[in-house]
Design a protein around this ligand. Structure first.
Ligand code: ATP
Ligand code: FE2
Length: 327
């Protein structure tokens, strides 16, 4: 049985997994009414809620501390103050229970949890807050075929929402506003080879808000249609290039029903299968850390309890830096 800690950004969570089965996925997220995420405030939030979330997870799973075999912790990548909270919690708990630690890359966990959907060898469209990548697994690594050249798609949407006076996270609110419009206002379409870029589109949108000439619903609709089309175009090209027949959509922005719909249409047209996990496993969650943590632990990938002080954070680790030693 693996207990995992997630604390890389806005969410603090404790997950418990046994034999690939999720027994607990408890979390508490930092949100704001106005403005964006302040890393030290999010870290303080994590510190405040940690013990309570831990207790809740044990209760939910109906287990005692003694049944835990190892502690997985998402130690990369993310916001340093938040990562430190998770690491400290792991060290404290590991010290108390004398357990080994399994350090898990958060982005790779977003991808691996997709295996629960039944996808075998997919192209992955990873669309989250800080990341936007088109990935496929080949010879020991998740290789990045295309990615954002500037900000992640979720951060782009959240930044637009913040500028429009909507709180954090903006993604779900923009989705609801977009449903109220079908008036497409042309926006720059920014795809370079397999890569995408959002900051120019963001500048344009901010200028449009400032003119007060546009309805927020129309801007939300046009934003979604434009940037999701960019992602789907790049994902389709990756499918064509690799010859793979499955598309797996992951990351928090994958909750967006319009993005899911566009992916489905593309897959149907080229006779590929489309997969996406349920929403609770798409946004940041501790179950995905526990799920991958268990797979790694079973392959002997861990820090022994006597070496617990070697555990460190890695705020900038990339998906393709991670050697996939568990396949
Ligand atoms: P990363 O995984 O890259 O470190 P993160 O942990 O911040 O980033 P996630 O929790 O995976 O990201 O996703 C959060 C993002 O998902 C936020 O930017 C949020 O606005 C966005 N999001 C959530 N629901 C929706 C939705 N329905 N439509 C669009 N975006 C959404
Ligand atoms: Fe995430």
């Amino acid at each position: 049985m693996i207990l995992a800690i997630e604390s890389t950004a806005h969410t603090f969570g404790i997950g418990i997994v046994e034999n690939g089965k999720i027994l607990a996925n408890e979390k508490d997220s930092y949100t704001t009414e106005k403005g964006g995420i302040i890393p030290v405030d999010a870290a303080e939030h994590h510190k405040q809620v940690a013990d309570q979330v831990y207790k809740q997870a044990l209760e939910k799973a109906g287990i005692t501390e003694k049944q835990i075999s190892a502690i997985a912790v998402s130690n990369a990548p993310g916001l340093a103050p938040c990562l430190i909270q998770g690491m400290n919690f792991a060290k404290k708990l590991g010290g108390k229970l004398k357990l080994p630690i399994v350090p898990v890359n958060h982005c790779v966990a977003h991808l691996e949890i997709g295996k629960l959907t039944g996808a075998k060898d997919p192209v992955l469209l990873y669309a989250s807050g800080a990341n936007t990548q088109i990935i496929a697994y080949a010879s020991g690594k998740y290789r990045v075929f295309g990615e954002t050249l500037d900000i992640g798609i979720g951060n782009f949407i959240d930044n637009f929402a913040r500028f429009a006076g909507i709180g954090f996270p903006g993604g779900p609110k923009i989705q609801e506003l977009a449903k109220k419009s079908n008036n497409y206002i042309p926006l720059p379409y920014s795809i370079k080879g397999m890569d995408v870029a959002f900051s120019g589109i963001l500048t344009k949108l901010r200028q449009m808000i400032e003119t007060n000439k546009y309805k927020i619903e129309d801007l939300a609709f046009s934003l979604q249609e434009t940037v999701f089309a960019m992602l789907v175009e790049s994902a389709e090209r990756a499918l064509a290039h690799t010859g793979k027949k499955e598309l797996l959509l992951g990351g928090g922005v994958a909750c967006n029903t319009r993005l899911q719909e566009m992916c489905k249409i593309m897959c149907k047209e080229r006779k590929a299968k489309f997969f996406t996990p349920e929403n609770s496993l798409l946004v940041d969650n501790p179950a995905m850390i526990a799920y991958l943590g268990e797979i790694m632990f079973n392959k002997g990938i861990k820090i022994k309890n006597k070496d617990i002080n070697k555990l460190d954070i890695n705020p900038r680790q990339r998906t393709d830096d991670v050697k996939v030693r568990w396949k």
